[in-house]
Design a protein around this ligand. Structure first.
Ligand code: GLU
Length: 375
């Protein structure tokens, strides 16, 4: 039996509201959460990083505010999220702490994963948390979200987080153990599908009739999430979450559907950077820097001779040699005016020149795609 997570360095686990909150009482399923925490501790003991994307704020908060059963108005949902999120985060903090882990709450909006500069900030913070050994617990910042809060949004939020963090595997813990050819609650002949290589219209049509449907975090929303993550090189697993120790169960072969990405996270990201149609500027670099880039190194300010364009931090820029040949493209770590001030300078001098301690690299090698002729 192969462990689906055996090769993963970074795993994003999405936890749905129905797993965390008892539908009858509205209270937190604390015993279950303890077993999830133990599973996360086991992953971390194997030197894997874990990021949690957890729903449950609205479901937990509505009871405390004595909101009636049934659909809530937008502002009631936002109020419930505010009351519930503090409890949710508290529960994660306590329970993970008992397993010697530090939970760190991160509230994102979808814009944070779409708009470049905010994306860079969110990613840098999450990377720092992981490097410090913490377990980020992410939810949508529901109280400021401007669009209606839809159950199922967190599937997509989790997929965007997985692609932003270049995760290897996204585990969507769900109330079903994967994708079926038809809705298994209605059709006795429905077959479970263990492996999906690509999300074809045929696969999509299988999800269409699902009992849980789009509006309730159903299969359709999971397939949208799977598409986002797969195109970023991240494998996706839909697994049953309600059982105790859901991750351990998955690792020892519990039934699930696995969507295998055809590319690696790094390759997907570099392809995206290399394929950006409208770079916002250009950096002209010296021959030493060209050699460094071709050898797989980062671009340091010291090797930069000239800055063109009015780019912002996080924009894609073209990198050219002294003759004007394109060498690479990359996500730049400074805006054009700061880049201008530190061009040609050593990284040690950055803080004195700019007055803040930014990155040592103008473009980190993870953010670079070689696009020039092979040398
Ligand atoms: N963010 C919502 C909550 O925490 C849930 C959204 C979802 O379930 O997808 O209550």
């Amino acid at each position: 039996m192969t462990d689906i997570l055996s090769r993963a360095r970074l795993v994003v686990v999405k936890v749905g509201s129905s797993l965390l909150v008892d539908a009858d009482t509205g209270s937190l399923r604390r015993e279950w959460l303890k077993t999830l925490s133990a599973d996360i501790a086991a992953l971390k003991n194997e030197d894997r990083h874990v990021v949690l994307v957890s729903s449950g704020a609205i479901a937990l908060g509505r009871r405390g505010l004595k909101l009636k059963a049934g659909p809530l108005r937008l502002e009631e949902s936002q109020a419930a999220a505010a009351a519930g999120q503090v409890r949710l985060a508290g529960a994660y903090a306590d329970i993970l702490k008992a397993d010697a882990m530090t939970a760190a709450q991160v509230l994102l909006t979808l814009d944070d994963t779409e708009e470049r500069r905010r994306y860079l900030n969110a990613r840098a913070t999450l990377r720092t948390l992981l490097a410090l050994g913490a377990v980020p617990v992410i939810n949508e910042n529901d109280t400021v979200a401007t669009t209606e809060i839809r159950f199922g949004d967190n599937d997509q939020l989790a997929a965007r987080v997985a692609s932003m963090m270049e995760a290897d595997v996204l585990v969507l813990l769900s109330d079903v153990d994967g994708l079926y050819t038809a809705d298994p609650t209605k059709d006795g002949a429905a077959r479970h599908i263990p492996e999906v290589a690509a999300i074809t219209p045929e696969i999509e049509s299988m999800a269409g009739g699902s009992a849980s449907g789009l509006g309730r975090g159903g299969m359709t929303s999971k397939l949208i999430a799977a598409k986002i993550a797969m195109s970023a090189g991240c494998d996706v697993v839909i697994a049953k979450g309600k059982t105790l120790h859901p991750i351990a169960a998955l690792r020892s072969g519990a039934r699930a559907t696995r969507f295998a990405a055809s590319t690696s996270p790094t390759a997907a990201r570099k392809r995206w950077i290399g394929g950006v149609l409208k770079p916002q500027g250009a950096l002209v670099i010296d021959d030493g820097a060209v050699r460094a880039l071709v050898a797989g190194k980062s671009l340091l300010p010291a090797g930069i001779r000239q800055i063109d364009g009015r780019f912002e931090r996080g924009d894609v820029v073209v990198i050219r040699d002294g003759e004007g040949n394109e060498i690479a493209r990359g996500l730049v770590a400074y805006n054009a005016s700061d880049a201008e001030r530190i061009a040609g300078k050593r990284s040690l001098e950055i803080e004195a020149i700019l007055g803040y301690r930014g990155r040592d690299e103008m473009i980190h090698r993870d953010d670079l795609a070689l696009t020039g002729p092979v040398r």
